[in-house]
Design a protein around this ligand. Structure first.
Ligand SMILES: [Zn+2]
Length: 99
């Protein structure tokens, strides 16, 4: 009898932690999608004065709401306060978001 009792408690705690895990992983995802849709430089992990972003793996810079800017891996993102700052570092404007 006692064995079943502990099994039931174990089962319940697995359920509770699975639920907690689900809530913990779903909540940030929703917030992330929300911030991406705003397309601000801050949501990409850049400081407030950022106007353009580039990837350290390419030599193209983008506006922060550009589809390609959103695809840059957060670890590779480079923030620029101005277009001239980006160009000084050897970056070229994106053909899609910067005319
Ligand atoms: Zn772009």
């Amino acid at each position: 009898m006692k064995k079943w009792y502990w099994l039931a408690i174990g089962f319940m705690s697995v359920l509770v932690s699975a639920l907690a895990f689900f809530v913990a992983t779903e909540m940030p995802k929703k917030n992330q999608n929300l911030s991406i849709s705003t397309g601000t430089c801050i949501s990409l992990g850049c400081p407030e004065n950022t106007k353009f972003v580039g990837s350290i793996t390419s030599n193209i810079y983008h506006k922060c709401n550009c589809t390609f800017a959103l695809r840059i891996h957060p670890e590779n993102i480079k923030c620029f306060a101005s277009a001239s700052e980006a160009e000084e570092e050897g970056y070229s404007p994106c053909k899609f978001c910067i005319k």
